[in-house]
Write a protein that binds this ligand. Structure first.
Ligand code: 13P
Ligand code: SF4
Length: 362
């Protein structure tokens, strides 16, 4: 097992005898595949899957890894669909990308469909001409990424959204930020862009809310159903109960929650904050529950509370199960693996342009 797992994995995440048997078979298949496979895992994946990862990361790091691990013939991506698509786009043509369950989507990514975005773009360019750069959060389909690539636009992640926005403002006076309104708004406000210069595209009514000429940032109205469940009341409750607590959240949370928190950033940022804190520190963390629980067990000398224990599971991330991972690995050995992810060539071409722009910026 790679050595970084000592820090990120519990001793025995297998929950039952049946699961232990699956874990043993996965270990065997993994060994038989050797260097032909690399397993990439997002931080929200279950422990039972994370223990098999060659790399665990946030979206930015996983994109970089997919672009650089050219020696492995197979990339098995344990995460959600847009992440595996990104890996396929950035890996070399000889490499193949698989997911334990290709039905693991991201509801936020599904909130921006190509025809809706084209309609919005048509209306915006009618209103303000060719003065807009499109930026899409990596949590979007390959089609939306290609849309941005074709129009001199770019991709961003939660780690580099601020830098990517700076780049966009060097190209044009305003930007369209897809699909997460919260990441877009939080990043723009942190830059000191006033609220009056932030407009919102209502995808239901296909109408802009706000003054198009004044707007520097036009937000698509998508959101993460998991992260919008965190509330200002939860933040305030933790503050009054644990004086001195540090509250850190993911920037997909609402503006109100981010404003009340002590810090916000990508999953990698949240991990770093806890790792670098002094022993005895107390945190409440507003992000997906499995990562928060892993932080608590990895750093037992700090106290790490989930900001919300009840509503913070991403069900799509739960779709990677040991049985499905095993089916991919044994399938690769037998030459008939399920779960192959293949982005059509012309979509891949322009989305690669948008992704490579991002990698060059950050
Ligand atoms: P990170 O890039 O911060 O890991 O976030 C991905 C994500 O889907 C958060 O909901
Ligand atoms: Fe998508 Fe939210 Fe799940 Fe992240 S946590 S994958 S943004 S639904």
């Amino acid at each position: 097992m790679p050595k970084h797992h000592a820090e990120t994995t519990r001793k025995n995440p297998a929950g039952s005898i049946a699961e232990e048997a699956l874990v043993a078979r996965i270990t065997k298949a993994r060994e038989a595949l050797g260097g032909r496979v690399v397993i990439l895992c997002h931080h929200y994946q279950p422990d039972v899957i994370v223990q098999f990862a060659d790399h665990v990361g946030d979206s930015l790091n996983l994109s970089r890894l997919a672009a650089s691990r050219k020696e492995a013939r197979y990339i098995v991506f344990c995460g959600v669909y847009f992440m595996a698509e990104t890996a396929d786009i950035l890996s070399s043509p000889e490499q193949e990308v698989y997911m334990p369950d290709p039905d693991a989507g991201c509801p936020m990514a599904d909130m921006a469909r190509l025809e809706q975005v084209e309609r919005c773009w048509g209306e915006l360019t009618r209103l303000v001409g060719e003065t807009i750069v499109p930026i899409t959060y990596v949590n979007s389909s390959a089609e939306i990424k290609q849309f941005c690539g074709r129009r001199n636009g770019v991709v961003c992640t939660s780690s580099n959204a601020a830098k990517v926005m700076d780049w966009a403002f060097e190209q044009a006076p305003r930007l369209l930020f897809l699909p997460d309104q919260n990441l877009g708004r939080n990043t723009a406000l942190a830059k000191g862009i006033p609220k009056e210069e932030i407009a919102l595209w209502d995808r239901g009514k296909a109408r802009l809310q706000g003054d198009p000429n004044r707007a520097k940032v036009i937000l698509w109205d998508g959101f993460c159903p998991v992260h919008v469940r965190f509330t200002p009341e939860q933040v305030m409750r933790f503050r009054s109960r644990y004086p001195g607590i540090r509250i850190i959240v993911h920037p997909e949370c609402t503006e109100e929650v981010v404003r009340l928190a002590d810090g916000s950033g990508s999953t990698e940022y949240l991990i770093r904050e806890v790792r670098e804190a002094e022993s005895g520190s107390v945190f409440a963390v507003g992000t997906e529950l499995r990562l928060v629980k892993r932080l608590a067990s990895t750093f037992p000398d700090r106290t790490v509370y989930p900001l919300d224990e009840e509503h913070s599971i991403c069900v799509d991330m739960s779709r990677s199960t040991p049985g499905r991972l095993l089916a991919v690995l044994e399938g690769l050995l037998e030459g008939r693996a399920p779960g192959k992810i293949q982005v059509p060539a012309e979509t891949a071409e322009w989305s690669r342009v948008a992704l490579e722009r991002m990698l060059a910026i950050s």
